[in-house]
Write a protein that binds this ligand. Structure first.
Ligand code: SF4
Ligand code: SF4
Length: 151
């Protein structure tokens, strides 16, 4: 009997402890600043060096460049895509990029889908992926629980 009561005591003690679970997706976990989440791309910074494509271990980055109209000796980015079906969020592409044109954000959600084609993200999607990212200079830092996709 004593052991039974002791067991109940242990269980009841858990009710007094602080909750560690959250009501996802209404509540969001604030990710640490160096979290490696879904990428953001800055087309203006890209020099079309192709290093990110070469370093990607899963070959999920594709890009094309074109001659700059202002300076024909320079190349500018035309298309930039990441297929997140194969991306392992390893950070290699962002590490190797000499101009920080591709960076990782705090965003971790909104890649689940019933349609594989939706995992293929183009230059527009990657450029717009700045909400709650770690690298958005103009926005104030998000409050805890605010991070995540709002589109
Ligand atoms: S994070 Fe890794 S796997 Fe994903 S696109 Fe970059 S290099 Fe490729
Ligand atoms: S490594 Fe950076 S600058 Fe070079 S092509 Fe990739 S995103 Fe552009």
């Amino acid at each position: 009997m004593f052991r039974l009561l002791k067991g109940f005591g242990v269980t009841l003690n858990y009710f007094r402890q602080k909750k560690v679970t959250i009501q996802y997706p209404e509540e969001r976990v604030a990710m640490p600043p160096r979290y490696r989440g879904i990428h953001r791309f800055f087309p203006d910074k890209c020099i079309v060096c192709n290093l990110c494509v070469q370093v990607c271990p899963t070959d999920v980055i594709t890009l094309t460049g074109k001659k700059s109209e202002e300076n024909p000796k320079k190349k500018v980015i035309e298309t930039y895509n990441i297929d997140f079906q194969g991306c392992i969020l390893c950070d290699f592409c962002t590490e190797v990029c000499p101009t920080d044109a591709i960076v990782m954000t705090a965003r971790y959600n909104n890649l689940s889908s019933f349609n594989r084609a939706e995992h293929f993200k183009d230059i527009k999607w990657l450029s717009d992926n700045h909400i709650y990212g770690n690298y958005e200079e103009s926005d104030p830092a998000p409050e805890a629980g605010e991070r995540g996709e709002v589109k």
